[in-house]
Every structure is written in structure tokens, then in C-alpha cells.
Design a protein around this ligand. Sequence first.
Ligand SMILES: *[C@@H]1O[C@H](CO)[C@@H](O)[C@H](O)[C@H]1NC(C)=O
Ligand SMILES: *[C@@H]1O[C@H](CO)[C@@H](O)[C@H](O)[C@H]1NC(C)=O
Ligand SMILES: *[C@@H]1O[C@H](CO)[C@@H](O)[C@H](O)[C@H]1NC(C)=O
Ligand SMILES: *[C@@H]1O[C@H](CO)[C@@H](O)[C@H](O)[C@H]1NC(C)=O
Ligand SMILES: *[C@@H]1O[C@H](CO)[C@@H](O)[C@H](O)[C@H]1NC(C)=O
Length: 833
Amino acid sequence: MKSLLSLLLAAAPAWAAFEWDNVRLGGGGGFVPGIVFHPKENGLAYARTDIGGIYKLNADDSWTPITDTLASSANWGRWGVDALAIDPQNTDLVYAAVGTYTNSWDPNNGAIIRSPDRGASWTVTNLPYKVGGNMPGRGMGERLAVDPKNSNIIYFGARSGNGLWKSTDAGKTFSKVTSFTNVGTFVADPSDTTGYNSDIQGLAFVTFDSTSATTGGATSRIFVGTADNITASIYISEDAGSTWAAIPDQPRRFLPHKGVLSPEENALYVTYSDGSGPYDGTLGAVYRYNIDDGSWTNITPVSGSDLISGFGGLSVDLKNPGTLIVATLNQWWPDGQIFRSTDSGATWSRLWQWGNYPEMIKYYSMDVSKAPWIQTGFLDIDSKWLGWMIESLEIDPTDSDHWLYGTGLTVFGGHDLTNWDTVHNISIHSLADGIEETAVQDLQSAPGGSELFVAVGDVSGYTFRSASDLDTAPDVPWNNPMFSSSLSSDYAGNVPANVVRIGNGNGSPQLALSTDGGVGWALSSTVGSVYSGGKVAYSAAGDAIVWSTGNSGVVRSLNQGAFSSVASLPTGSIVVSDKRNNSYFYAASGANFYVSTNSGSSFTRTGPQGVFTAIRDIAVHPTRAGEVYLSALEGIFRSTDFGVGWTQLPGLTNTFQIALGVGSGSSWNLYAAGNGSAGLRLYGTANLGNTWTDIQGSVQTFGAIDAVRLAGSGNVAGLVYVGTNGRGVFKAQGSLPGGTPTTTSRTSLPSTRTTSTSTSSARITTSATRTTVTTVTTVTTRTTSRTSSAPSATSTGTAGHWQQCGGLNWTGPTRCDPGLTCTKQNDWYWQCL
Ligand SMILES: *[C@@H]1O[C@H](CO)[C@@H](O)[C@H](O)[C@H]1NC(C)=O
Ligand SMILES: *[C@@H]1O[C@H](CO)[C@@H](O)[C@H](O)[C@H]1NC(C)=O
Ligand SMILES: *[C@@H]1O[C@H](CO)[C@@H](O)[C@H](O)[C@H]1NC(C)=O
Ligand SMILES: *[C@@H]1O[C@H](CO)[C@@H](O)[C@H](O)[C@H]1NC(C)=O
Ligand SMILES: *[C@@H]1O[C@H](CO)[C@@H](O)[C@H](O)[C@H]1NC(C)=O
């Protein structure tokens, strides 16, 4: 035994594999459009996200991601989940409809995925059309359902006019139900040329009546909701799906979001909104359909001036027939509302109501200790506590006290829901621990400074002071000022306590500075309200900022003075700073590389000409002046003399983000997202590319490779970070083989010190990797990143889409971003539409 063990140890590779888990925010950070409980097993539930896959609930209220293997770069769209279903007869089976966009943004058709083991493994059935997990109407549902009497029968309600699809072999194959012809009429915005808002929304939900008779081994009565506000929106089959008809006397004015069966009551409850969601809706209704006598009852919980929102989430308490809860979909001010009825909707009580204005009497306590940044970043500064975009609202079918609901920000819920009926006071908790669904925009790790800066869409950003903090949800987001989306940050290499970050808001200052490693921040007093978005770089001594803005070209500020244009750089340039020499900045635009020797005041084109088709990223050595790496379709190139001479590193082509991080001993590892021996994935090298190791491994996927953000730790050997578009930040620690870097197989490029004589003769064609360049395909770069949670309004400037822009006692912005109109919803709330 002993000798065998030592043999095994001797045979083990001299490097340690990288195993990925999340840097913990603990609070989701994005929209959770659907949650599905299994009716037969206590606490068995799944949550779907719009761009970050599916999670399974654990007994301790935490969640485990179960689709991390599915979103390879070629199939990144599979993290967009448009519908989720369990098999009511089998506690192990899970199904989902995946695909992110039905327009050109997602290159692939959608799929139905199915798991025999609660998400531990999956089989994929491709569909002949696209699925839209991040499209309008994604909170309707569920549009996928398994027949409660026959596990082989599954229906899927598709988008884009594709209608109703059915499987009779437990999801192995699907075919169109040709007798179902009402494929939905609703289109959110027919004039949208991107195809995003102009697509037919399609079907909203499929609900079986488990109490109906069995016809030919299948449940006979099936309800299908469609996005149609003109003719009819709810269809019924009484013959197991052979024929369909609109239910008579149904309400026709709004779009149905949820159709939930209450089996003991023989009733179908339906929420309606005048928009398809998830951000909209100013009017709606709740109805009860009595299956026995075919009557519809309007049970909308509020009326008149109280009715200012559509309705989304709806759940019945299966253990107490006649008890149900309903949520406003988007009541943006002062907060969303949840209603509860114990008499089938005849009367309702609320989770809060007005006291003496502006007092809100809250019949709940709120605990967000699993994600304290929700308190400091949201609850402390906003009246919206219950949340917005409430499409999923579920009572555990086996436990009347256990409930969960998803918002645009997180998952809330609790374990004492029936206290509502006794003391009318319940405990709400943030319950998204394990769900990490931020869209990461930038990552930085400062040697000798803070371990990790995370800039994210929708929920600002976060500083992790040291590696020991990475598993603890932060106390604060990037706050004061909070930019709803942060796009970039940088630290000053020689004084890493100095940090800069930028946001992409409109009409208010969008640059903040920290002098304590990214804990406290101050808004720049000189930046003005024009600049927004893009990428920022901070000089090594922290006196110069070069900002390649998203809207106004490249600008620079010295000693916190006014920003002025950097005329020598094209709009949209990539900008980075040398981390040791305060005089140097580097930039790239298209095929051109630029250097500044005067702290960003001006830049000069340098380096080889005609070698790169387009430079995609620049990485600077975190501790060595003048050592620069750039990433392009043609691969990775390195300079050790401030960008004058360049050498190509072997092994990878078609690279996107690259980053350096502490390696073993005094060496540094280079990490790259690109094309190597294992295809498009994540690699690391300890020897300048002589050996590349696939550090992604065979299990983990990160979505589209071109959307991946990378940082190597500046402080901890072998620790590397990957930011994703919708699955948060991953981290892994390992060691790489390779030993001391050598230079033998690298190709030196002829360099031109100045740009004035650039001719085609400088183009090199000697290296073997160069000859393959023209055959390399570029990964499609998506043109949008999602806005999953609604941004909070900035206190000055203009308000964005869906944001508040007026109302009694409103002190925020009263103008909207271009193209939007400030529209009165009620005396207290005006919104940019
Ligand atoms: C249906 O919804 C669209 C888009 O909101 C709206 O323009 C139209 O007036 C609605 N139709 C009816 C009949 O309400
Ligand atoms: C509900 O309970 C919480 C926590 O004890 C308390 O803060 C709140 O005031 C209570 N609400 C009402 C209306 O009594
Ligand atoms: C930065 O580079 C310039 C130009 O090469 C050089 O003169 C200067 O000494 C360097 N500064 C530091 C601190 O190394
Ligand atoms: C990856 O590299 C291989 C080998 O050079 C090449 O055949 C393939 O087309 C490349 N794929 C991508 C997506 O760059
Ligand atoms: C709201 O504004 C009105 C005047 O428009 C004022 O009388 C009232 O005190 C204000 N309420 C609050 C809470 O500020």
C-alpha cells in the first residue's frame, strides 16, 4: 500500500489543478425571473436566472449552481434560462429551456436541457429555433411543464411565433403542436431594428390541471397563456392537447404573466400586466377562473388610485386551499407590494401600508445579513425594500411557512409566512447566498494593495481588501458615489491605496477616487458631468488619470485638475498605465499601439506595424516598469522596453483578455483567454508561453470567451480571477508547470521606433503561427450587456429608462435621458419611458 501511494505521488504532475468557485457577493446581484418548487419533497427548489444559469436550493437556504458545465464559449447562450420545469412524479428530474436571445445577438438556436439527477448532469436537445432567456417577458411562466400524470409528456411554449411544442418521449425530441395556432400577437416595440423588442413575445405559460381526467394516459385539461392583449390570451384544451379554444369571458385587456392552479379549489389564478415585463407595467389585474362553472372573478387586490402597477408573482398555498399571495410586478415608488388572501381573493391584506405620510407601516422585518451590501447600498438609501421585477413568488408546496421570491436584485423569502395571518408580521431575509449572477465589467488586483476590485453592471462594484475576504459577502458596495454600473477601475502602481473607478451614468459625475485602497470614495470635483463609460488608467504615482470615455474620446487629468482631451488617441482606445514608471501610459486602437512618456499628456504610435489586425487587450507587468503584453487575433506579444521592441509568445492565438499574477517564487504567471491546444478557453503559463496549461479544466465554463474578464492576484501565488457576464467572479488557485522562462522558441518582431515610416515591409510572415491567422475565426462580440436589475437614480442629472423623474416630494433628477419622456404614473411617481 505504502509503495503504491508513493508511486502515485511521484507520478502526479508537478503542478496543481485549478478548481473554480465564486468570489462571494452572497446576494445574487441580478434578476431571478423564475423559482420552481417540487411538490413532493420538502425544500427541493430551483431558481433560474436570465444570463447566469440555474441554481438548486440547499437545506441551509443557500444555493448551488448546476449549469456551470453548459456555457462553453461556442454555446454561451445556454446560461440564459427562459423556463424551468420539474416532473411532479419524480423528484430527480429537472428540465429547462435555454438560449439567451431570439435575435442575432445569440448565434445559436435554443435547447431543452434535461437532468436525471437534480442537475448533476445534463443532456441537451437542440431546438430548431431560438430561446430568449434574457428577452422581454422572461418573467412570465413557466412556459415549460411536465404532465403530472405522464412523465413522457412535456410542453414548451415558444417565442417568435413558433407556438406550442410537445415531447412524448420525456424531452428527447420535441415537435410542434399544429392544432395550437394562437402563437401570441404582442410585440413590445415593433420599431426596434435590433430585433430585441420587435420579436413576437409568444407563449407565457403552460399549466396542467392535475385534477382533470386522464385521456389516453395524459392529463386532459391544459391551460396555455399567450402574450396577446387583443383577442384572447388564455387557451384551454380538454382533450390532452388535441384541440384548443380560447376560454370564454376571459379578460382581454392585459397580458397574463402567471397561471397557477389551485387543485383543491378547481381554480386557476392569473396575474395580468399591461406590459410583458420585466421592467414595465403601470396597470394590471388578478383574476380567478372557476374551472367548474367557467366563471371569471376579478380579484385585483387594489383599485382606483392605488392601482399603479401590473401584477407578476403569484403563488397558492397548496396546504391551505384558498390562501394565495400576489406581487406587484413593478411598483417603483415607494416600494413593491405583496398581498395575501386567505379567502380565495375575496379580501386581501398587505405587507405594508401608509401611516401618517411619509411613514410606511411595515408588517415585516428585513434581514439581509447574508449580503450586508444590500443594506448599505440599497435599503439604507432607497424606499424600495421589497423590491422590483417580482415575477417569481413561490410558497413551498410542502411547507406553508417557507416562501421565496426573486427580484431584480436578489432573492428574498423566509420561514414564517403564516405569521402574516396571526400577528401580521413576518421575517423577510435575503436568501440568495450562492447565487452569483453579476455581469462583471472589470477586475484588478493590486500588489501590496487591495486584493480585488470588481466593477459590475447594475450593482456598482466591490472591494475585497485581502484574499481572506473573498468568501465573505462585502459590507458595502462601491457607494458614495454609487454608479449603477461601474465599467472600469485602476490603482496607482507605486501607491496602491490610490484607486480610481468610473461609471456609465448620464449627466452626473462618473469618476470617483479612493486613497484607502477602495474602501472610502470621493466623487471627483473636476470631472464634470459629460464623461461616461469606457476604461480608466491611473499613473504609477497616482497623479495622472487617463480616461478613454465611452462618449467623449480620451481625456486626461493631472493632480485632480480639469480633464482635457488627449488629441493623439482615437476615441475608444484601450488605455493602461505603467505600474512603476509614472511617466508611461500605453494605449491601443485597432491595429495601432501607442506610448506616452509624459504621463498621458500625449501619445505616439510605436511598435510593429501591420502585425496585429486589432489589439484587444493590454496587460502591464504589475511590478516591472516597461514590461507590456498585448493580445490580438494573432496571439500575445511582449515588450520589455516600454513598447519599442516586441516578441511574440508561442502557443496561443485569437486571445482576448490577458493578465499577470503572482506565480511561484519571484516569478509571474500570465493568464489568457484564447485559442490553444484545447480550443477557446482559459490558459496559464509560467514560462512566457513555452508551456500553456488549460487552467479552465473540463468542468467549468465561463460563457463567451470574449466577455471574460481576467485578473491574476498581485499578492497570492497562483490565484487567478475570472469575471463572467452573468455568473459573477470565479477564483481558483493552482500552480503551473514550466519552471524558468526561456526565450528559445519565441519570435522577435521587427520594431519601428517611430510611426512616420510605416510601410507594409514591416509586416512579418516568418512565424508558423502567423500563417494560420487568416483562418482563425473571431468570436462574435455581443453588442449589449444586460441590465438586469433596475438602476437606482442618481441624485443629479438625468434619469434613465424606468427610473423615477418626478412626483410629489421627489428630489432626484427631473429630466430623462435622450429619447425618453418623463411620464406621470400618479401624483407620487413620474417615470422615464
Ligand atoms: C396592447 O399593448 C400594446 C403595447 O403596450 C398597446 O400599444 C396596445 O394599445 C394594447 N392593445 C390593447 C387592445 O390594449
Ligand atoms: C414587525 O416586526 C418588526 C420586527 O420586530 C418591527 O420592527 C415592526 O415594527 C413590526 N411591524 C409592525 C407594523 O408592528
Ligand atoms: C521613467 O522612465 C524615464 C524615461 O525612460 C526615466 O528617465 C525615468 O528615470 C524613469 N523613472 C523611474 C522612476 O524609473
Ligand atoms: C483555434 O486554433 C486552431 C489551430 O490553429 C484553428 O484550427 C481553429 O480555427 C482556431 N479556432 C478559433 C475559434 O480561433
Ligand atoms: C411634501 O411636499 C409638501 C409640499 O409640496 C410638504 O407640505 C410636505 O411636508 C412634504 N413632505 C415631505 C415628507 O417632505
